[in-house]
Design a protein around this ligand. Sequence first.
Ligand SMILES: NC(=O)c1ccc[n+]([C@@H]2O[C@H](COP(=O)([O-])OP(=O)(O)OC[C@H]3O[C@@H](n4cnc5c(N)ncnc54)[C@H](O)[C@@H]3O)[C@@H](O)[C@H]2O)c1
Length: 254
Amino acid sequence: MRLKDKVAIVTGGAFGMGRATAELFAEEGAAVVIGDVDAAEGERAAAAIVAAGGRATFQATDVSREADVAALVATAERVYGRLDTIFNNAGIEQPVTPSVGVTEELFDRVIGINLKGTFFGCKHAIAAMLRTGGGTVVNNSSVSAFANVGGNISYAASKGAVMSLTRVLAIEFAGRNVRVNAICPGVIDTPMNERNAERAGDRAATEEKWRAITPLGRMGTPREIAETVLYLASDQSSFTTGVGLLIDGGRVAT
Ligand SMILES: NC(=O)c1ccc[n+]([C@@H]2O[C@H](COP(=O)([O-])OP(=O)(O)OC[C@H]3O[C@@H](n4cnc5c(N)ncnc54)[C@H](O)[C@@H]3O)[C@@H](O)[C@H]2O)c1
């Protein structure tokens, strides 16, 4: 029980990596507050955790709206009495587009959710953690912060900035028992990549291309991501702050 009696928020917890992490956090003893724009699936995710014997609450949240994120943190404190951990995971992809074709609206939307949403999560969660003596933050960046994936300029910019934000906060709060880290996944088998593969036209060929650029020869699973988030959220990583941990099957090493 690596998160026994802890209280955690997972944004984007209705699907993909967020859902797998919410489930693992609950298995490890945490009460989990899931925030997501998809209320129907978010409710189902929380109900499944409760049905399995865990503690979970869902709150409809658009992370690009600061008031929503403040309310999400307030819910964790009201329902469970404190906040120990946040996984700022909610994010969207940029459909593959040449950089000169990216509209202001698309750029603002990707930055609004992936970067501003992460900032709001850090800001309000850290303020809550300071009220009870500290905590841990894990932000979901991407291999795109380190390697050129191509055709996704707003996404790459948002994820690079999430790394910068992670380092700034790690240093700012290092003396107050708040650790701030990021994960940088490669290609993971989630609904986001199902959409990416469908947009590319030939799904089988796209997945084969992803396997070919990944030395371990496959896509990662949401559970493999959840295990790493758990490590960074828990005391197991007690001497680690300000890092972006690649979980990419060796891709950036090539
Ligand atoms: N899938 C990958 O290969 C990959 C690789 C690197 C990083 N990431 C990042 O991991 C995170 C999770 O990705 P995933 O693949 O699980 O995606 P996903 O699309 O499968 O799930 C994302 C979740 O976020 C929610 N969401 C979307 N916009 C939101 C908003 N404004 N407010 C609250 N919730 C919102 C969705 O409803 C969904 O539940 C994202 O930040 C993504 O950029 C994904």
